[in-house]
Design a protein around this ligand. Structure first.
Ligand code: PMP
Length: 447
């Protein structure tokens, strides 16, 4: 009798994220045996170039010797201890380093990004309560935003299908228009869009004076929303507006932090500091789930409290500050310190731009946009007028399938094909990706 394959056993026992079950019929998950650098290797020996860093988590490639060694070393000493009543060296060192990098003095840990978003929402609300401002119960988020899919995080996300079903369960945020430069009017610059959309947000803040806890934003790139990008000016204006109206600014850099946009953190490009900063994904180099909500001293100090006081922030998760994850994060920061990662990224980003430039003239490409090590190609039925394809045609999925056949993991967001590769990718591998994307787009747009 034949043994069932990994794919068959998977189909019986697993339920995959972000995958309607019928999609498994023609594209079952690919069982991966091992990975090294930018390459994934399947059990059948096929190799895939990981152009999306395994959902944007991987910074320095798979199986990096420095991170591997740090986790192994930590494993011999302490794998985990609860963080209530106890602490340990990796978490203290990591917190000190994050404070030095961000200027925000206290780290509150969780595991996945969404959990950090939940913490930020609760913390901001709780801060205002501790200050006696009980009317502040609302949040402002941006159109086309994505902050995760737990109920709080989903509440402040504007992601049609993902949100629709759960609508009756969700908080009702105020939704401000996105500063997305793709939808600029004729003759308008990205900075003009930023100014125009900020005036609407400012109006919301005026209308709801004293009711808003925080504005939550994905600085520079709305990633899950189709890699839509905006001018840093928006963040500068937002910081000023939040100050004027005494509202927290929550910067969700879970996807864009750690060098992805060209600076260590995206907020640096606007010269601003948020009140709460969320990091995750690349924090451990893509090894282990760890996320963090970094807060200003002003916020931390508002929670000074005694036993039994409702002023204390009692939120807890079992794996908060896991020692192995913190060791991976410290090793990741070591890699940033041991080489000029941002300078190499600038060269790679320029190479990405050059390699994909010929696609700009394609009849079904509406825009190629880039922020640092994120490059996105927006396919459209009519590239000139930016008329999209009907979503049901799933053109992006055709590119996904084609790329897999050619040995590349490109997982488009709708009809947006993007590259968000690990920083250890080589220029010739970028060329390979650009070729596959160009051929995939040609195939997907011919009918
Ligand atoms: N915020 C942003 C900006 C994200 O891109 C994501 C994940 N794509 C999240 C939050 C949620 O993180 P996680 O999937 O780790 O819960």
């Amino acid at each position: 009798m034949n043994h069932p394959s990994w794919a068959e056993r998977d189909r019986r026992a697993l339920w995959h994220p972000c995958t309607p079950t019928r999609d498994l019929d023609d594209l079952p998950p690919i069982p991966i045996r091992s990975a090294r650098g930018v390459w994934l290797e399947a059990y059948d020996g096929r190799r895939y170039l990981d152009a999306i860093s395994s959902w944007w988590v991987n910074l320095f490639g798979h199986a990096h010797p420095v991170i591997n060694a740090a986790i192994r070393d930590q494993l011999e000493r302490l794998e985990h201890v609860m963080l209530a009543g106890f602490t340990h060296e990796p978490v203290i060192r990591l917190s000190e380093r994050l404070a030095a990098l961000t200027g925000l003095g206290h780290s509150y840990y969780a595991s996945d990004g969404s959990a950090a978003v939940e913490i930020a929402l609760k913390m901001s609300f709780h801060y205002w309560r501790n200050r006696g401002e009980h009317r502040r119960t609302r949040y402002i988020c941006l159109a086309n935003s994505y902050h995760g899919e737990t109920l709080g995080a989903l509440s402040v996300s504007d992601v049609g299908l993902y949100r629709q079903v759960y609508e009756p369960l969700l908080l009702q945020p105020l939704v401000a228009p996105s500063p997305d430069a793709y939808v600029r009017a004729d003759g308008e610059s990205a900075a003009d869009v930023a100014r125009r959309q900020m005036s609407v947000l400012e109006h919301l803040l005026e209308q709801h004076a004293g009711e808003v806890c925080a504005v939550i934003v994905e600085p520079l790139v709305q990633c899950a929303g189709g890699m839509r990008m905006h001018d840093p000016l928006y963040l500068r204006l937002l910081r000023a507006a939040c100050d004027r109206h005494r509202v927290h600014l929550i910067a969700d850099e879970i996807a864009v932090g750690f060098g992805r946009t060209g600076t260590m953190f995206a907020c640096e490009q606007a010269g601003i500091r948020p009140d709460l900063l969320l990091l995750g994904k690349g924090l451990t180099g893509g090894y282990l789930p760890l996320s963090v909500c970094l807060v200003s001293d002003e916020i931390y100090n508002a929670f000074d409290s005694e036993h039994g006081s409702p002023a204390a922030f009692l939120h807890s998760h079992s794996y908060t500050g896991n020692a192995l994850a913190c060791a991976a994060a410290n090793a990741t920061l070591d890699l940033f310190e041991s080489g000029d990662v941002l300078a190499r990224n600038r060269e790679l980003a320029a190479h990405l731009a050059r390699a994909t430039a010929p696609l700009a003239d394609h009849a079904h490409v509406a825009e190629i946009r880039q922020t640092g090590m994120i490059l996105a190609i927006e396919m459209a039925r009519d590239g000139k007028t930016r008329t999209p394809y009907p979503a049901a045609e799933r053109r992006g999925r055709r590119v996904y399938r084609y790329a897999l056949e050619q040995g590349a993991l490109l997982r488009p967001l709708g009809d947006v094909i993007y590259f968000m590769p690990p920083y250890v990718i080589e220029p010739d591998e970028i060329d390979q990706l650009a070729r596959i994307a160009a051929d995939g787009i040609a195939q997907a747009t011919t009918d």
